[in-house]
Design a protein around this ligand. Structure first.
Ligand code: FES
Length: 183
């Protein structure tokens, strides 16, 4: 079993909400690195590579933080991310749970687990610094720039409320420790 350590987790999301206009979305807004690709998520500290069925201990993931797992996939959905399935796990705060309406189906209200692939044109989704809209498309031009809320629902850019981040197959266990396995 792999164990998620602090180095796999992004820095805690900012406590203050940043209002982002799709027209001004760019790497600087998120602190994304120069020359980032739209084929893989950006914003997270590291990506933890896993295999199907492998159990990962995510107990270290604090409320408000996101971790990203990856595994190879030949499904069409992940063609835009170079045949890699990236999965984001948001440990939602109470405020993020309260703000989440509908959207991606969850196994536990405290954990939103979604594929990091944009429902608009299949680019990778990155991790933003906005706790209210923690997922952002890596295609940031004026025709793209989708943002997704704490339920995985599109709220800005090219995506609207009919665009919801898809959910991977996974098994989540929440107890003294919290574990997840992609199925
Ligand atoms: S591909 Fe994500 S907004 Fe267009």
């Amino acid at each position: 079993m792999q164990k998620l350590s602090r180095r796999h987790v992004i820095a805690s999301l900012s406590a203050t909400t940043v209002t982002l206009c799709p027209a001004v979305l760019n790497a600087a807004v998120y602190g994304w690195p120069e020359g980032f690709s739209d084929k893989e998520p950006v914003g997270q500290a590291r990506t933890l590579a896993v295999s199907s069925g492998e159990v990962v201990d995510i107990s270290q993931l604090a409320p408000g933080e996101i971790a990203v797992l990856s595994r190879p996939s030949d499904e069409d959905e992940f063609a835009g991310t170079a045949g890699v399935q990236y999965v984001g796990i948001l440990h939602r705060t109470e405020a993020q749970i309260a703000a989440a309406t509908g959207g991606a189906e969850v196994q536990d209200p405290a954990y939103l687990v979604v594929n990091m692939v944009c429902p608009h044109r299949g680019a990778a989704i990155g991790v933003s610094d906005d706790p209210a809209r923690p997922f952002a498309c890596t295609r940031t031009s004026s025709r793209h720039g989708s943002l997704f809320d704490t339920a995985g629902v599109g709220v800005a850019g090219a995506s609207d409320s009919s665009d919801i981040l898809s959910v991977p197959g996974y098994t989540l266990s929440v107890g003294d420790t919290v574990t997840i396995a992609l199925t």
